[in-house]
Design a protein around this ligand. Structure first.
Ligand SMILES: *Cc1c(COP(=O)(O)O)cnc(C)c1O
Length: 492
């Protein structure tokens, strides 16, 4: 570059670091992040992507829009309530407040009266026991998968535990066979398989029955001196229809008693009590009443809380799990404990509200949005998602827009994630807080403006990429998990 090249005058890093706005950004962002932004913008000026005069304003605007975390808050306009790719359950306001309150030093393991160490997670446990009087004890661990791993590892029947002496409760290795119906051997999401998880504990899965039918006798036949436990898994993210048979928890209880075996029920989602709108979704109270020794659920599915695995049930079983050495590796942090306690104490939360939304109100909101953005109202079924209630449509509506808007909406501010389906962009307001309807309308109108300006610049492949990135990306996850054409009910 010659002397007259304006790129010679790109401001130097030390000068940029001394700008008051950059110094202020240092209160939230690390110096390495700030330096990375500065260097990015300087290179953009060097390659003439931006004019030199834009270097300072660009750096200031990029730094001010950066939050301390790279996670971008999004408005979920997919109609999928528990969307794994979008962080599953959004926390209630009280749970969010609880997280903030617990963020500093808190008495998570101290009795302030005596100043001595106290039991961790007592508040969360008490809230869980109040919400589920059928449980004698409760334990919160990292997630559902951890809870299952721990329960299977720590709970072993007297036969398996008795063999060889040293392999009793408290052994880091589980060992023994866990009997489970073939129809319940599930892939939880993203290639994550239950049998593989179990194998890491040293336990072996003994599959019984057929994919569509399993009878009590199949379990009975499989019990040997090596049997460690009976496991019942709620097949939450798929459903076998037609000629099917499954053995209920109550029937398994008799068999478990006969052979002195623990009975573990992994319910996946977390309803404390039956919900009439989800008739096939098992509930914790019901599973315990039917005779499960422990019930396992996730905190961030239908329960509407943070990521966590909840173990509820008989006190001897929960205590054996809590005392297992592996439990320490799956311990939850204070933020989760705070959020679980707040979520359980008040059952009204965004997940519950989206599930029980007033459909007339949803229709009014959808029509209003359609008017504001010149879109069309179409019938659209929402979904529970997160592996809950597969195949249960949640009738509602969406605003239909051209597919090309979906990507622009995702990349906008606020980021709006719509559903991309059959060449259309569908905005479902079920999971959008009503006070954000106007932000969605503004975002759509801005996105329309952007696509209009860039029209012609769109690559032919964009629509396809968009489709994969929009909905296809989560096809193998339990968050979206709807067949490409299964979710659209064109009911009026
Ligand atoms: C979701 C699910 C799990 C895994 O729970 P995470 O909290 O995601 O670890 C385990 N079992 C069943 C039946 C599930 O639905």
């Amino acid at each position: 570059m010659d002397d007259t090249d304006p790129r010679r005058s790109i401001p130097r890093t030390d000068r940029l670091l001394a700008l008051p706005e950059v110094i202020t950004a240092g209160e939230i962002l690390s110096q390495s992040t700030i330096k990375a932004v500065i260097s990015e913008v300087q290179s953009a000026a060097r390659t003439r992507e931006i004019p030199v005069a834009e270097v300072v304003p660009t750096i200031i605007s990029r730094l001010s829009s950066r939050s301390a975390s790279s996670l971008t808050p999004v408005l979920n306009a997919t109609g999928i309530i528990v969307h794994t790719n979008l962080g599953r359950a959004p926390l209630s306001e009280s749970a969010q407040q609880a997280v903030i309150d617990a963020a500093g030093y808190v008495d998570v393991e101290m009795d302030l009266e005596t100043g001595r160490r106290s039991k961790r997670g007592t508040g969360a446990k008490q809230a869980l026991l109040r919400a589920c009087p059928g449980a004698e004890d409760a334990l919160v661990v990292n997630n559902g998968a951890a809870a299952l791993l721990l329960a299977v590892t720590a709970l072993r029947g007297t036969k398996a535990a008795g063999r060889g002496g040293e392999a009793g409760a408290g052994s880091p290795i589980g060992g023994g066979e866990v009997i489970v119906s073939r129809g319940e051997l599930i892939e939880i999401g993203a290639g994550f398989r239950l049998p593989d998880l179990m194998a890491t504990t040293g336990s072996r899965i003994r599959e019984v029955g057929m994919t569509n039918r399993t009878h009590l006798d199949d379990y009975a036949q499989a019990i040997t001196a090596d049997t460690a436990s009976l496991l019942k898994v709620h097949t939450s993210n798929f459903r076998v229809e037609g000629f099917t048979a499954a053995v209920e928890i109550a029937q398994l209880r008799g068999l478990a008693d006969e052979h002195d075996l623990p009975l573990i029920a992994d319910l996946g989602s977390g309803l404390f009590e039956p919900d009439p709108s989800l008739p096939e979704e098992p509930d914790i109270a019901g599973a315990l009443a039917a005779g499960a020794d422990v019930v396992i659920v996730s905190g961030d599915k239908l329960l509407g809380g943070p990521q966590a695995g909840l173990i509820l049930g008989r006190s001897d079983a929960v205590q054996a799990i809590a005392k297992h050495p592996l439990a320490r590796a799956m311990r939850t942090d204070k933020l989760t404990l705070a959020a679980i306690e707040a979520t359980v104490a008040n059952t009204r939360n965004p997940v519950h509200e989206a599930l029980h939304i007033d459909v007339d109100r949803l229709r009014d909101r959808t029509e209003r949005l359609a008017g504001l953005v010149s879109g069309t109202v179409v019938g659209h079924d929402g979904r529970v998602g997160g592996g809950g209630a597969p195949g249960v449509p949640l009738p509602g509506w969406a605003v239909e827009l051209p597919e090309a808007l979906a990507r622009v909406l995702r990349l906008g501010d606020p980021a709006v994630v719509a559903r991309v389906h059959q060449g259309r962009c569908l905005i479902d307001l079920r999971c959008v807080p009503e006070h954000d309807d106007d932000r969605i309308a503004e975002a759509v109108n801005r996105a329309r403006e952007t696509t209009r300006r860039h029209l012609g610049g769109i690559e032919p492949g964009d629509a396809r990429t968009d489709h994969l990135g929009g909905h296809g990306a989560d096809h193998d996850e339990d968050g979206a998990d709807r067949q490409d054409d299964a979710g659209l009910g064109d009911h009026a």
